[in-house]
Design a protein around this ligand. Structure first.
Ligand code: HEC
Length: 147
């Protein structure tokens, strides 16, 4: 066999095994999907989200710092021990300061509360509980994993 043919075969072998290695690497890394932490909203929470959107609450409120700034951030409002669920339930229809007076039914308020609880489970804002690995991955610690 001429030397150049040998070189080509050798190169093909190297490239081939690199491709196989790459495929196996990707299979191992992505097959179980463990790198994505899924949060699924319950049906009640989805109704709450709809109310949130229909009434444009985000014009004044933020989740994770994103939204309007007339009202406070509500990411963890439901687990804020200085406030509590009863306070949240009452303020929604109260009409205080710049917060409009809404007329939600008991059921709609339940749905909003379920939505707040679901958002609260996704993490902290501001988040001081992030773990960084040496490889540059950032592991966000979900609330229910430390409770
Ligand atoms: C026009 C602006 C505005 C809109 C729209 C608005 N809010 Fe508010 N909201 C405020 C303000 C201002 C406060 C703070 C009131 C206070 O502390 O007295 C507040 C307070 C709150 C609080 C209590 C937060 C805390 O930390 O004390 C909750 C819960 C809340 N709003 C929910 C909602 C929901 C749900 C909607 C939509 C249905 C909504 N808000 C729409 C302005 C708004």
């Amino acid at each position: 066999m001429p030397k150049s043919t040998k070189n080509i075969l050798y190169n093909q072998l190297i490239i081939g095994s690199l491709l196989v290695f790459f495929a196996i690497y990707n299979l191992v890394l992505y097959k179980n999907g463990s790198f994505v932490k899924k949060q699924v909203l319950s049906e009640t929470a989805i109704m709450g989200q709809q109310i949130w959107q229909d009434n444009n609450c985000t014009a004044c409120h933020q989740f994770y710092g994103l939204g309007g700034y007339l009202g406070p951030d509500l990411t963890n409002v439901i687990s804020d021990t200085t406030k509590g669920e009863i306070y949240i339930r009452n303020i929604i229809n109260a009409g205080v300061k710049a917060m409009p007076k809404y007329h939600f039914s008991e059921q709609e308020i339940n749905q909003l509360i379920a939505y707040f609880k679901a958002i609260d489970q996704t993490g902290y804002f501001p988040n001081r509980k992030v773990k960084e690995s040496n490889y540059g991955w950032v592991d966000v610690v979900l609330k229910d994993s430390i409770r």
